[in-house]
Ligand binder design. Sequence first.
Ligand code: IMP
Length: 421
Amino acid sequence: MSKVDVLLGLQWGDEGKGKVVDYLAPKYDIVARFQGGPNAGHTLEFDGIKHVLHQIPSGVFHEGILNVIGNGVVLDPIIFQREIEDLDTFNLDLKKHLVISNRAQMIIPTHRMLDQAYELAKGDKKIGSTLRGIGPTYQDKAARKGLRIGDINEPNFLERYNELRDFHLHILERYDFEAKLKDEEEKFFKAIEVVRGFDILNTEYHINQALVDDKKILAEGAQGSLLDIDFGSFPYVTSSNTVAAGACIGLGVAPRNIGEVFGIFKAYCTRVGSGPFPTELFGDEGEELRKLGNEFGATTGRPRRCGWLDMPALKYASMINGVTQLFMMKADVLEGLEQVKVANGYTHDGQSTIELPLYMESENFEVTLNTLRGWGKVQSNNFDELPDGLVEYVKYIESSTNCPINMVSIGPDRTQTIFRN
Ligand code: IMP
């Protein structure tokens, strides 16, 4: 019997998970998404091609892999159709290699409108949501009102859709939000036909049978641990459990069947949207890092906020996830800096601490930074030949987290990846 390996982000998303899944995928029989939805943007680059996936698992570009959209995902049929069409040129035979859980919740057009109405109403306290309808869809799931993908094949689907839509329209009216639905509904029902063309299954049975058959499964996380609804910087978070435990719920896998947990992090930190970011760099410093790292959102194109690596936050994420291996991304972006800084602790209410407080944005919260030497250009794809400064950086992170860094990424392409051993 095999186990499910989990790959997830340890920061505020955009760590480069798409690249790693794409790299690891050939070692797996199944790649499965377990939470989130079209708020994600997993960028894959290979053979000079750049492709961004939102809801479809990152195993699609490899032959012989079954890609599963698990029950924990919120799926937008319209965006799904667009993604399928965008993949047309690759001749992937997706109907054979992609299945959808009948229990995955469905994003309907009014969910997206509610997202906008709620954000507008929050004013300067807005979350900075991607406005893809994620929050309102998970809200309807918890309220036991939502529609699931399997419902599209039920005889009363239309009736239930209308009921949910009308419920949303009442709320939107109260927010003075003008719901322009005609075009969106047209697109939605066309997209439903596209979804119907795929296998909609009790994917939890498939996944558990695959484990019994000793098949290798990779659960692909979206967003990042610091955006987790329970452990992230609430309320500036997404609406799902992005941490490793989310893979159990979002795929129907027992905790004892989780194997490796690959924790992906960038050599520095970024964040899109609002919320606390203790090591954030402002002005020219922040701008320089943003340019060097090309830090613009894959889903919304928004500029990402940039800052130094935050060790207490990374340790926290490693602990909550039970990370067994760390993968460091974008080490090349810091190349050429004489010095790099790392947060090694916080001061909260005058006390030194390495614990994340309930509110990191509190006035009495400060970060303490450690300065390390930088490194020059990485010349070789051999882990043992990394520049000295980078070796020190790797060792510093390993000793703080008590976890090995087994991969360092030095560029977006598949080939720019350095594995230990
Ligand atoms: P939502 O999940 O779209 O409602 O967004 C909630 C928060 O999570 C916002 O700050 C978003 O910018 C952030 N977020 C959501 N998805 C991603 C992602 O895939 N990468 C980075 N940030 C994300």
